[in-house]
Design a protein around this ligand. Structure first.
Ligand code: NAP
Length: 248
């Protein structure tokens, strides 16, 4: 199996895209540390993994990615338990949409904290070990919003554009140590994050998707799994859209 004996961390792994990524990396042989602050969702995700014959391949850990001290303790714990970290998938993310003129500071700050500052903190903590190992795969979740902008998402688009700039910088700093850093930029994916949007808005968006459908978590997971694997070893600093052609 392509990821046999590899240790992967996936944040926001309790549901949606993060859960699909965890499952696929586990199916490909990795031991996945599934980090999330949604305890119930984690338990359900572990149950699903067991049902698929992947008992023990998904290890749940409670983590709020906005808590810097908790991140450092979490990475220490993973290193003590597993001895290495080959793959880091920074997937946890939230939206707090609103038009710019009405957007509160707290609404902006929270989205930056969850979507961008956490990526900085986790990558900084993990990179110390990847540098020593001279190997690593870092995959950060961006969004087409961070490339195209999107009305009502000034906070979210800024956070995801930040993720892209951060990813390219990490790729340049760590490339000489055998570490790649790439971003995946999903378009409109059918998950709990988007299921709450009105049908009228969703139908409007679909018209602009050349493939004429919304993506699935599995569509995104496939791209992440490739960028997490040894096969993508000569690809770094890239942003891979998984958007049915929405952004081209
Ligand atoms: P989702 O269904 O809302 O799942 C996100 C997961 O992250 C949830 O389990 C959530 O826990 C967890 N989470 C939120 N805040 C956290 C925190 N502070 N610490 C730890 N975990 C936290 O979202 P998704 O649609 O799968 O999105 C995953 C990623 O893809 C995000 O970065 C998102 O921005 C990006 N993305 C999604 C789409 C899309 O169309 N869905 C498009 C472009 C990019 P709770 O359940 O407790 O909130």
């Amino acid at each position: 199996m392509v990821l046999a004996n590899q240790i992967a961390i996936v944040t926001g792994a309790a549901r949606g895209i993060g859960q699909a990524i965890s499952m696929l990396l586990a199916e490909q042989g990795a031991t996945v540390i599934a980090a999330d602050m949604n305890a119930e969702g984690l338990t359900a995700a572990v149950g699903e993994a067991k049902a698929k014959g992947l008992a023990g391949k998904i290890v749940p850990k409670l983590l709020n990615v906005t808590d810097g001290a908790a991140i450092d303790a979490f990475i220490d714990e993973v290193m003590k338990e597993f001895g290495k970290i080959d793959i880091l998938v920074n997937n946890a993310g939230i939206t707090r949409d609103g038009l710019l003129m009405n957007m509160e500071d707290e609404q902006f700050d929270l989205v930056i904290d969850v979507n961008l500052r956490s990526v900085f903190r986790l990558t900084r903590a993990v990179s110390r070990y990847m540098v020593r190992a001279r190997y690593g795969r870092i995959v950060n979740m961006a969004s087409v919003s961070g490339m195209m902008g999107n009305p009502g998402q000034a906070n979210y688009a800024a956070s995801k554009a930040g993720v892209i700039g951060f990813t390219k910088t990490v790729a340049k700093e760590l490339g000489k140590r055998g570490i790649t850093a790439n971003a995946v930029a999903p378009g409109f994916i059918d998950t709990p994050m988007t299921q709450v949007l009105p049908d009228k808005l969703k139908d409007g968006i679909k018209q602009f998707v050349p493939l004429q459908r919304f993506g699935t978590p599995a569509d995104v997971a496939a791209a992440v799994a490739f960028l997490s694997s040894p096969a993508s070893g000569y690809i770094t600093g890239q942003v891979l859209p998984v958007d049915g052609g929405l952004n081209m």
